[in-house]
Design a protein around this ligand. Sequence first.
Ligand code: ADP
Length: 611
Amino acid sequence: MTLRSRLLLAQAPLVLALLFLGATAVITLARVGRSGQQVLEDNYRSVLATQRITEQLERMDSAALFIIAGERERGLTQQATQRPSLESELGIQQGNITEPGEAEATQRLRTAWTKYREEFDAFLQAQDTEAARTRYFESLSPAFQEAKAAASSVLALNQDAMVRKNDRLRQQSERVNTLMVLAVVAALGFGLFFTTSLVQRALRPVSVLSQAVRRLGQGDVEARAVVEGRDEIAGLARDFNTMAERLAQYRKSSLGELLQAQAVSQAAIDSLPDPVLVLGAEGGLLNVNAAAEDVLHLRLDEGGDALGRVEPEVRAVLERVRAHVVGGRGTYQPRGYEEAVRVEASPEGVRWLLPRGSPVHGETGDVVGATLILQDVTRLRRFDELKNDLVATVAHEFRTPLTSLRMAIHLVAEGVVGQVTEKQADLLFAAREDCERLQGIVDDLLDLSRIQSGQLQLDVREVSMEELVEQALSAQRTLAEDRGVRLSQSLSPDVETVRVDPDRLQLVLGNLVGNGVKHTPQAGEVSVRVSREGTHVRFEVKDTGEGIPAQEQARIFEKFYRAPGAPAGGAGLGLSIARDIVQAHGGELGVVSTQGQGSTFWFTLPQPEQG
Ligand code: ADP
């Protein structure tokens, strides 16, 4: 049965009750109406007839009195008109016998009337008035009295019956009233009770279904709606159950896949020899691999401060990389091996770990965490140290012989030890120039090894900005004039002085300007710009040269790196040294360049605002 027909059926008790009520009302009202009519039919006609009979008897009596009084003619016509109508009224009464005893009373009236009529006829036969009078008083008047009494007894009989019936009618209508009230209450109660229970029964499946929906909404995929039948709600419940089934299957399968994928990715990161850890945006530990557990003593299930057991130095590095990545600055690439942190690992001894970081993106694309890889660069670092030692030793060992070589060539070239020809002098000058360049390289190498071994002692002083830049530029002026390159400078007025190690900084500026000049064709320009940027002073050395290809830009700061096709003479150390010096000052150095459109090397130095 459909829901619609069930709901319609649920109205049936109310409709039945209404019908029953209507029928009862119609029947009882008809009964009451009929009783009223019965009274009219049964008694009112008799009452009317007997009243008329009495009246006609009295008229006949007064006709008799007229005759006695000498008005014979008038008396005769009056009694003659009464007789037929009285007969007819008596006929009516005789045909309307309804009450017990009424038949006898009517019969008595008929007999009295017959007797009175006979007496009246005899009265009319009287010879004279006197005889008539005697006759009237002797027999006619008593017959009249008797007939009247008989009529009035019939009248009384009917009037009594009317009163009785009226009482009965009133009682009956009162009963009907009570009955109707009871019937209304009963019908209403019955109708409401059955209608509500039927509606409830029809809607019970809805609540079953809604309960199941609610449970499913709360995440219980085992929730099912058990609704029997073939109506709309049962159909809906079947559809719901199918949906819940699918959902459960999907959940099961996707959970399985998820778990498997998780196990696979965990195995993958566990197989990495380097420590890997995933940190949330707030710094919580989300995942670690086996190497991280071993080396950093991290445990994933440790609540609270998960990084608490990590050495403070390592922790600071981890926090810095996390802040970089979570701050939306993209992946974190270390600048060089110098950034590696020292970790004491028990069996292997000291380990050097180089941090890298990449963002973990959430569903909406924002950064929700950072994956940190600590690349083990212990061996590379050892090689680096070895190389540095070697370079330092070689450079140191080169210095003394180089100085005496220079001295010797100088003395020979100046003719101190004897005359030299012009050709010999040319060769000696070239040799002296190469010696000087070699000396420069050896100085660079020594500087570098000193910086690398952490021996770079800065001699920080307050110096005039103008002087600093001017000295750096003037050192490059001859070279620039030779190559036809213009040098210019623009200094912001709000940086009059800076607190730096002037010699080292001049090395940096000289290096950058010299590089610019070397890589700029004739009629080009190299400009130096100094400006303030909040708590930093920013230096920019801009050239109009060939520019640096993007893939070279990160590498040019590496030690001994020289771009393919770079002009001969350098050792690939200048930028590396410059960056070390800037970093020793607490600043940063970088390059912005588009190939073919020149390069801008920049560096910043932290300088508290003046004034
Ligand atoms: P070098 O002693 O070779 O100059 P640097 O460390 O100073 O060593 O520079 C490294 C490399 O960077 C150079 O070989 C050169 O190719 C490139 N380079 C440096 N400055 C510039 C510049 N202004 N324009 C183009 N290339 C540059």
